[in-house]
Design a protein around this ligand. Structure first.
Ligand code: ARG
Length: 267
């Protein structure tokens, strides 16, 4: 009897040991900081009929694919865009994937991956607005931006430097309410990344018009994922996989996939 109990304990111990050491449970979970509401990069997919939404989009798919190849799990933390860099510095998140533009001032505090998407800013106005065709036409007008984005920075700098004196700048934590204010007529224009503007246009073709400033008010932009300054090893691992996926056309595929099958998610 004693021998049997000893054997049982031994078997249990071996099983428990093996159980703890399989690959699955050893995978580290990386927390991806993002700011959903930015179709086609990150949004909550609404499957309707009472099904609770899931995070989807180019950044979500791309991060999941890279992490999977590197043997990490990914968990999403959705928050305001303007707080992402601080959250990374405080290590509340492990990386940012949020359609974030690579900029020198941001590079002082975080490290970016190689660029994976080229963008720039578009101006979104009501389709029946025949007066506004450039940033200069927004002199004295009410302009909306998403807080702490490159659109916000460009509009704010342009205003402060006296390039164009806007009537007021409305800063939104999310793009959609600003777009709805343009449609409703309480906002003259909303400035946002071109691929995101095209998503809103696809859903409101009769109500909206979008354009790039013809005088080059906005510069070119490209997106990168961001890492903590100390995580150079993790950054190098991500860069290796990301570079290959870009070369294979995976990012182009994701853009086509989401804009084709999920277009209505831009709202
Ligand atoms: N590309 C712009 C920037 O880096 C806007 C990004 C907004 N992203 C988001 N998920 N809302 O400032």
């Amino acid at each position: 009897m004693k021998k049997l109990i000893l054997l049982a304990v031994l078997v249990f111990a071996v099983v428990a040991f093996v159980g703890c050491n399989n690959d699955e449970s050893e995978q580290r979970t990386l927390v991806m900081g993002t700011s959903a509401g930015f179709f086609p990069f990150e949004f909550i997919a609404d499957y309707g009929q009472g099904v609770i939404g899931q995070y989807a989009g180019i950044d979500v798919s791309l991060a999941a694919r890279i992490a999977d190849e590197l043997g990490f799990n990914v968990e999403i933390r959705d928050q305001e865009f303007g707080g992402l860099i601080l959250a990374l510095q405080n290590r509340e998140i492990d990386f940012i994937a949020a359609g974030m533009t690579i900029r020198p001032d941001r590079q002082e505090v975080v490290n970016f991956t190689v660029p994976y998407f080229n963008a720039g800013q578009y101006v979104v106005v009501r389709s029946d607005n025949n007066a506004v065709h450039s940033i200069a036409d927004l002199e004295g007008k009410l302009v909306g931006v998403q807080l702490a984005t490159t659109g916000d920075l460009a509009i704010t700098d342009g205003h402060d430097e006296g390039v164009v004196t806007f009537g007021n700048i409305a800063r939104f934590t999310q793009p959609l309410p600003g777009i709805l204010d343009v449609i409703g007529g309480s906002l003259d224009a909303f400035v946002i990344d071109a691929p995101v503007a095209r998503g809103f246009l696809a859903n409101h073709p009769d109500d909206l018009r979008v354009f790039a400033d013809p005088n080059g008010f906005f510069g070119p932009e490209s997106f990168g994922m961001a890492f903590h300054k100390d995580d150079t090893e993790l950054l190098a691992q991500f860069n290796e996989v990301l570079s290959r996926l870009i070369a294979e056309g995976y990012v182009d595929y994701l853009y086509a996939y989401y804009t084709t099958h999920y277009a209505h998610h831009a709202n």
